[in-house]
Design a protein around this ligand. Structure first.
Ligand code: NAD
Length: 299
């Protein structure tokens, strides 16, 4: 019987289905990297999400491993080339999370437009700050989407229904919304980032990019920490060039350094702990896709 180790949380019904298909499933969904390294040799498959890192050293200890299943999109936490060189297949569930991330990005845009978090903090402190809380509307504004893949295009479609004009930047996609990065930066009232993290996208939005943005722009970052330069963003927020930011991902997760903590602490920032994909529906969809992949590889 094939043995599968679940290293990060997976929908319970998916685990039942894999067991029913004859796979021996062990659930250690808060396992430390050290503990994983000591037991990985006994497994034919592992399921990970973004928390568990699968680097070359771990892969070298995985002597029986046939498949690494990533629940979600990003493969930046897995040394895919090294896994493939050892004959281990790497699978992910690319589309299952898209709507969840889109709804968080839209929620952050609306929250920032109407100062919802500041209004709520005031109410909880017994204040009635009605006059200071005049907001704006997203209808009639331009949204610039950086990275026009699954999540970026779905966000574009839904934001258009809310009355926004969409421009997008993506060198690998042909679409009528596509413009140059400079044109996007100059035109957008809101900018939302949906690129993978790689050499080209690291610090894609840096100090030079912030300088080209409209004063008062609102930035949403729910892709991967590192695609937006956090120091440049902090400075742009403090100077007022960027009026607000919604941040779901960070260069350190959880953040420990002063540079990241002070960014999340700004009142004009709405920060969330990488919850873009954390909805009941997305977990169920990811679970269903994990079952299909695990059965194909191990049952
Ligand atoms: P996708 O692969 O469908 O889309 C990414 C797009 O980025 C592609 O169209 C690609 O051409 C484009 N791109 C690549 N390099 C680029 C560059 N240099 N400049 C501009 N565009 C570039 O991926 P997706 O499913 O839409 O996911 C997008 C991002 O969201 C990924 O980083 C993923 O890891 C992240 N994500 C975050 C969460 C979360 O919890 N916050 C959940 C799911 C996905």
């Amino acid at each position: 019987m094939s043995k599968l180790l679940i290293c990060d949380p997976v929908d319970a019904s998916a685990i039942d289905e894999m067991r029913a298909a004859g796979i021996e499933v062990d659930v250690r969904d808060d396992i430390s990297q050290e503990a994983l390294s000591s037991i990985i040799g006994g497994y034919d498959g592992i399921v990970v999400r973004s928390r568990t890192k699968v680097g070359a050293a771990l892969i070298d200890r995985a002597t029986s491993l046939k498949v690494i299943i990533r629940g979600g999109v990003g493969l930046d936490t897995i040394d895919v080339a090294h896994a493939k060189s050892k004959g281990i297949s790497v699978q992910n569930t690319p589309a299952a999370n898209s709507n969840a991330v889109v709804e968080l990005a839209l929620g952050m845009m609306l929250t920032l437009a109407r100062h919802v978090t500041r209004a709520d903090a005031g109410m909880k402190a017994g204040k009635w700050e009605k006059k200071a809380l005049e907001g704006t509307e997203i209808a009639g504004k331009t949204l610039g989407v950086v990275g026009y893949g699954r999540i970026g295009q779905m966000l574009g479609e839904k934001a258009r229904l809310l009355g926004m004009t969409i421009v997008a930047y993506d060198p690998f996609v042909e679409h009528p919304d596509i413009v140059s990065l400079d044109a996007l930066l100059a035109a957008s009232d809101y900018i939302s980032v949906h690129v993978p993290l790689n050499k080209e996208t690291a610090d894609l939005l840096d100090a030079a990019a912030f300088a080209k943005m409209k004063p008062g722009v609102i930035l949403i970052q729910a892709s991967r920490g590192g695609t937006v330069n956090e120091t440049a963003l902090y400075e742009a927020l403090v100077s007022g060039k960027v009026a607000g930011a919604g941040l779901d991902v960070f260069t350190e997760e959880p953040p420990k350094s002063e540079a990241v903590l002070k960014l999340a602490a700004l009142p004009q920032v709405v920060a969330t702990p990488h919850i873009g994909a954390a909805t009941a529906e997305a977990l169920e969809r990811v679970g269903g896709e994990i079952v299909t992949l695990a059965k194909a590889a191990l049952a």
